[in-house]
Structures are given as C-alpha cells and as structure tokens.
Ligand binder design. Structure first.
Ligand SMILES: O=C(O)CCC(=O)C(=O)O
Length: 294
C-alpha cells in the first residue's frame, strides 16, 4: 500500500498519520511467535533460578508477559530488538508493506535507523513503580533522542502495536500540527522531555490503533506514552527510517540500507551480518549514542 496524496499531505501538515490496516497477520504473527519463544525460554531460566514461581504456560500472549513481570521484573531484561536479535524481527525491518508506506514519504533509497525498540508495557497495576519509565515516556520529540547533527535528517518514526492499543492499553498521545517549530529544547527529567517553557500549547490526540495500523510520525512531533489500565500487555514496536545518506543521529549503533531501487545489491539481507554489526557495536563501542536533551 502506497500512501495517497491526501495522506502525504496530512503527514506533512500534522506531523502524524495513522495508516490503517497497513500490516497483515502474516506480517505480524512471526514477530509474536518469536517473542513467545523468547519469553518462554526466559521464564524457564528464571524459574530454574527460583525467581519465578508460576510459569503461566497456558496464558495467551496478551496476558502471559504481564503475569510473569508481576512476579519478577527481570523477565524483560534483554527483550529489545538489538539485544534479542531474532530472525523474524530482522526480516520485519525490511517488510515490504512497511517500506512501501515509507517510500511514499522518503523516496526509494531508504535506510533503517538504529534507534528502534520493542516495548512491552505491562498493566500498570503490575508495575512496582509509577511515573515516567521506558514504558511511560514523557513528552518528547524523536529529534530529542538523537545527536544534534541529525536535526536536518528526515527521520520518520513508524509505531505499531502487535495487538489493539486503545486508550485503556496506554496508547501514545501526540500534539498534531507541530511541524514548523523544529527542535524544541529537551532536558533529562524522568526521561528525555521537552522543557516546560517551550512545550507547545495544543490539544493532545490519543493515537488509538488496531492491530495492523501503523503510526507515521515526524521527528518534530511531540508525543508521549500513557499508563496501561487494562489487564493486557501493550506490545508495540517503534522503528525509524530515513533517506539513505543522511545522518542517523546515533553513530555508535549500526544502520543499514533497507531498500534501494537504484542499487538493490546494497540492501542488507544477511541476518548474521546484522547480528554481527550489533554485537560489534556493543563489544567495541565507537561513535556516539546520546539523547540531545541530556
Ligand atoms: O510506545 C510508546 O508508548 C512511546 C514510544 C515513543 O515514545 C517513541 O516511539 O518515540
């Protein structure tokens, strides 16, 4: 699915767009299957160490992780894209349905930016702390989590849930229409966040998404996460892409060419090579990994 001219116009004027039904079950299920396997193995390891009493093996994907987290928050350690490095997630980073949307905004030469996360937001009632966290990030622009050198890079954030993410599940909120302000100064205060004195006055919009929907957001669009008041985990991925050749804003982590109409041979399709690049970045740090607001 390509974006229509009306959708492109909406993205450009509002800084955010929800592409409805952009991903299929076949796109998403391999990610869920891979996560289920990972969670199962991790739960069994923690059980063997005596840190978990109940494995909840019969609980569905929507609730199992929360039930495990309630007993032992260590369950989530290592559960981000660059740490667990599953084959299905690597394949997804080059997903055609996703890249077709992005090609409408970025053109045919697309790089996968290394700022990317899997987020599993457990029910708030199961968390042993309240307030800002990786799950409940405060108001920020994605330009605020990159090096200043990337301010001019057209980085587009793609956010999508693995199951419906409504207000009760703690979907994202954005301030639409903030496109002319550019970078707003950030500070580190319970997470990287926009300074109160430069926070735009606009009505927040809750980005309620069904499974299959994809949020596309500009690097300048203020957004935040909200608490999960349901009894299900809110699973989502936030990935970033940009035109090839522009600064990624995180030189210490590896980017790769996800699509090139001009030179398809330059695309990275080798899973082991992708893993190797992340391992190398962690074992031999080189380059910059910073939030601009810190
Ligand atoms: O997943 C969320 O609720 C917040 C994600 C976010 O802040 C981001 O993708 O930059």
């Amino acid at each position: 699915m390509q974006l229509t001219p009306t959708q492109i116009d909406e993205f450009n004027t509002r800084g955010v767009l929800i592409a409805r039904d952009a991903l299929t079950n076949d796109d998403l299920q391999p990610l869920i299957d891979e996560l289920c396997e990972w969670i199962d193995a991790r739960a069994k390891a923690l059980h063997a160490e005596g840190k978990l009493t109940q494995l909840h093996e019969d609980a569905p994907f929507a609730t199992r992780y929360g039930l495990l987290c309630k007993q032992c928050s260590e369950i989530g350690q290592g559960m981000d894209i660059m740490h667990y490095r599953g084959r299905a997630i690597f394949e997804f980073l080059r997903n055609d349905h996703l890249l077709n949307l992005l090609e409408s905004l970025l053109g045919p030469e697309i790089t996968c930016n290394p700022i990317q996360h899997l987020r599993s937001k457990p029910p708030q009632a199961y968390e042993n702390h309240q307030g800002p966290s990786f799950h409940n990030v405060p108001w920020h622009q994605d330009a605020g989590v990159m090096m200043p050198e990337a301010e001019g890079s057209e980085v587009v954030t793609c956010w999508f849930p693995l199951a419906d993410a409504m207000v009760e599940h703690g979907c994202m909120e954005v301030l639409p229409g903030i496109v002319e302000t550019g970078y707003l100064r950030h500070q580190a205060a319970g997470g990287t966040t926009i300074l109160p004195e430069v926070m735009p006055e606009a009505e927040p919009l809750a980005l309620q998404c069904k499974r299959g929907d994809v949020v596309l957001m500009s690097r300048f669009t203020p957004h935040r996460s909200t608490p999960n008041f349901s009894d299900q985990c809110r699973w989502s991925l936030d990935l970033r892409y940009q035109p090839t050749g522009q600064h990624t804003g995180r030189t210490g982590h590896p980017d790769f060419i996800a699509r090139s109409r001009h030179d398809p041979a330059s695309e990275l399709s080798n899973y082991k090579e992708w893993c190797h690049r992340w391992i190398d970045a962690f074992e031999s740090p080189n380059g910059v990994v910073m939030h601009r607001g810190e």
